[in-house]
Design a protein around this ligand. Structure first.
Ligand code: PLP
Length: 359
């Protein structure tokens, strides 16, 4: 039986090869036990997380002066953890709002200091990125926060803001989708459930000098100092199964040819879908062309009364979870690393046929 194509924004589809390996190992990972049943301090699990970290370090070329931490609480937990850990003595941080997630990050940071929105595209309903020359950044801010890919609005930076303060990036929905220069950032974080595993585990990559300066009121499970030591983020019981799946995902990305290969195939998938939408009078994408997301493609139908029919008929041909976010409406196709090119082709074929019948 073939699996459906799942366009969910997250938790999102995983590669079939990864699911198959999980299935094969579920009852007997080591010594006749499931990975879910083993101590997080067993030598088998410790070996897993060491390989996991070294695979991730090689994929992203993470320099030695950056710590890799696996935490809980999701990206939303980091919205609070980041100011608590690194807003420091200035008590000031700058935020860029280019969509619903970065706006939420701003609002959750506010209790912890002097938070300034230095650029926002909300007046354009988050369909563009404000021109960098108009950002009102402060040279004495402790950091600048932004979201390189806005999962809900389908807006992606194709450039990195060059600022003199530490740059903090929410990469929840674009991590591992293309190569990045880790040294451009002081801190990168990402929930796993979009592009690198199941829900329940959160990756934080942080420059060493930022760690160990948390506000004393920081909960222990959100304090980076407790996760950056030699025991590899095992401060308390970690989400072992989710971690195991992330480790399989990193191997899978390496087997695909690494991040250069991911970038090429992701560009091919996104270009195909945007070209089709742009050449159609029936479908539309509202985002300015130079900042469209390669991971999340929102689109509307010419008549939104057809939305329900579109979703129901899509399911009949094995295309699932295309409904747009409740705050934006319309449709959204999330096409992360695990979505094969055949899935995007199947979506376009369906859209052509739907337009033919209903336009
Ligand atoms: C999904 C998402 C979040 C929220 O992640 P949680 O794990 O639900 O906390 C934050 N930022 C971005 C960019 C996301 O895509």
């Amino acid at each position: 039986m073939t699996r459906p194509y799942n366009f969910s924004a997250g938790p999102a589809m995983l590669p079939e090869a990864v699911l198959q390996q999980i299935k094969d190992e579920l009852f007997d990972w080591h010594q006749g036990m499931s990975v879910m049943e083993m101590s997080h301090r067993s030598k088998e699990f410790m070996a897993l997380i060491e390989t996991c970290e070294s695979d991730l370090r090689s994929l992203l070329k993470i320099p030695d002066n950056y710590k890799v931490m696996f935490m809980q609480g999701g990206a939303t937990g980091q919205f609070s953890a980041i100011p608590m850990n690194i807003i420091g003595e200035t008590g000031k941080a700058d935020y860029v709002e280019t969509g619903i997630w970065s706006k939420k990050a701003t609002s959750l940071a506010k209790p912890y200091g002097d938070i300034k929105v230095v650029a926002s595209s909300e007046d354009n309903r988050f369909t563009n990125i404000p021109d960098f020359s108009n950002w009102t950044t402060r040279s004495d801010a402790s950091y600048l926060h932004y979201a390189p890919n806005e999962t809900i609005n389908g807006v992606e930076f194709h450039w990195v803001p060059q600022v003199d303060v530490p740059l903090v990036a929410d990469m929840s929905s674009c991590i591992l989708s293309r190569p990045i220069e880790v040294t451009d950032y002081a801190l990168i974080y990402a929930g796993a459930q979009k592009n690198m595993g199941p829900a329940g585990i959160t990756l934080v990559i942080a420059r060493e000098d930022l760690i160990g300066k948390a506000n004393p009121l920081t909960p222990a499970v959100l304090d980076y100092a407790n996760f950056a030591g030699d025991d590899h983020s095992i401060y308390n019981t970690p989400p072992t199964f989710a971690w195991y799946v992330c480790a399989l995902m990193y191997k899978w990305v390496i087997n695909q040819g690494g991040l250069d290969a991911m970038r090429d195939i992701n560009a091919q998938k996104a270009d195909m879908l945007y070209d089709f939408i742009d050449n159609s009078d029936f479908y539309a994408n509202p985002v300015q062309k130079d900042c469209r997301s390669r991971m999340n493609v929102p689109f509307t139908l010419a008549d939104d009364a057809l939305d329900k029919t579109f979703l129901a008929e899509a399911e009949k041909v094995g295309l699932y979870q295309l409904k747009g976010h409740r705050l934006v409406g319309g449709m959204r196709a999330s096409i992360y690393n695990a979505m094969p090119i055949e899935g995007v082709k199947a979506l376009i074929d369906f859209m052509i046929e739907f337009e033919r019948v209903h336009a």
